[in-house]
Design a protein around this ligand. Structure first.
Ligand code: HEM
Length: 165
């Protein structure tokens, strides 16, 4: 039922003038993919650098809130670029993503990553010592950072996997 609806929607989307333009102009898809992957690099590295700082694996001499202030705000505008380029890639080849369960897995993981990142940013802006107050907090922070690294890596795999599944 849902699959039939998505299939109909994909058919309609593929017949729109915008989709036709994306499909026929040979440069659009490679350009969108290039912008998408460069944006992936920015978002992924920003999130991972903060997670590694929580593990005290880098920038140990810089306070965690300072590292978070340096890297986390970059994520939000670049996510908008990812959303735009990703959506245009879908418009160009709707069936490839909209009928692909890996695509929905990637979106669900992305929602989780966003919730974790917002939580981290919010906790540090409301209490700079939040994750370093005592041993329990430090362990919880390391656990959250490990989950965050895992989720971002799974998003990368899922993004690449869409082409093969
Ligand atoms: C914000 C919403 C996003 C949308 C709507 C979206 C959508 C897409 C689409 C449609 C593709 C093309 C898949 C294909 O046809 O092979 C793609 C590729 C990919 N995406 Fe996203 N994406 C988004 C965010 C992200 C994020 C946050 C990451 C990782 C941090 C990511 C990582 C990737 C990767 C690694 C690829 C494969 C690129 C390639 O091999 O050319 N995406 N995405």
């Amino acid at each position: 039922m849902i699959e039939a609806g998505l299939s109909e929607f994909s058919k309609w989307l593929a017949a729109t003038p915008l989709s036709h333009t994306i499909q026929t102009a040979g440069w659009i898809i490679p350009t969108l993919q290039t912008i998408h992957i460069l944006s992936v690099a920015v978002v992924f590295s920003s999130a991972i650098l903060v997670d590694l700082r929580i593990w005290r694996l880098l920038e140990c001499d810089v306070p965690l809130p300072e590292v978070a202030r340096r890297f986390l705000p970059t994520i939000w505008p670049v996510l908008l670029i990812l959303l735009t380029t990703g959506s245009l890639l879908i418009v160009g080849e709707p069936r490839r993503s909209l009928l692909n369960s890996t695509f929905y897995l990637k979106m669900a993981l992305l929602a989780l990553a966003v919730v974790l990142t917002v939580g981290l940013q919010w906790s540090l802006s409301s209490a700079p010592e939040f994750w370093e107050k005592d041993r329990g907090r430090r362990m919880a922070g390391r656990f959250a950072a490990s989950v965050s690294i895992l989720i971002w890596c799974c998003i990368l795999f899922a993004g690449r996997w869409i082409a093969y599944y």
